[in-house]
Design a protein around this ligand. Structure first.
Ligand SMILES: Nc1ncnc2c1ncn2[C@@H]1O[C@H](COP(=O)(O)OP(=O)(O)OP(=O)(O)O)[C@@H](O)[C@H]1O
Ligand SMILES: [Mg+2]
Length: 156
């Protein structure tokens, strides 16, 4: 398997959302997107952009990490998972989504490092790093755009 790496540098939340939207447009059923980055780097902002590609409104994506899983009845179904509040691996078992991760829906996971081992090898990993107050380095690994022409064609 090839590892494709794309890098972006954004200077505002809006630009990060655009990167997310572009990524979202390339996603298809079964895709799992894992987001890695410190507190407040912009993971949720990126999720808002990804979700927009599925017609989900920005305000419907929760920024507070109180809800661990939010599912949207889009087509394909979209799940936003935020594992920030998970403290022990055992708690992961109580989240009843693992059997459907990588199935027919799209799954986007914040703090995915807390679920290593439960996640499929075939996944898209996004690393976000705050350079300063407004600049973010975003690295997207494992997205094979060439393979995704069929998805691009979907909307044309
Ligand atoms: N270039 C940028 N991209 C994204 N967010 C930015 C950028 N510049 C500034 N910000 C700010 O950084 C914050 C990112 O918040 P966000 O909730 O998305 O972070 P998070 O990584 O999801 O945090 P948490 O770990 O708490 O879930 C927002 O306040 C946003 O306005
Ligand atoms: Mg967040």
């Amino acid at each position: 398997m090839f590892l494709t790496v794309k890098k972006y540098s954004t200077e505002s939340p809006e630009e990060t959302m655009e990167v997310g939207y572009h990524l979202g447009q390339l996603l298809g059923p079964g895709d799992v997107v894992c987001l890695y980055g410190e507190l407040g780097t912009g993971k949720t902002v990126l999720v808002k952009g990804i979700a927009r590609a599925f017609g989900i409104r920005e305000r419907d994506i929760a920024s507070a990490s109180f809800t661990i899983v939010t599912e949207y009845a889009t087509s394909p179904p979209f799940a936003h998972v935020d594992l920030y509040r998970i403290e022990r691996t055992e708690e992961l078992a109580e989240i009843g989504i693992w059997e459907q991760v990588g199935a027919e829906g799209i799954t986007v996971i914040e703090w995915a490092e807390k679920a290593e081992g439960l996640l499929p090898d075939e996944r898209i990993a996004v690393f976000i790093r705050a350079v300063d107050e407004t600049v973010r380095d975003i690295t997207i690994e494992g997205l094979h755009e060439k393979d995704r022409d069929y998805i691009e064609n979907r909307s044309s």
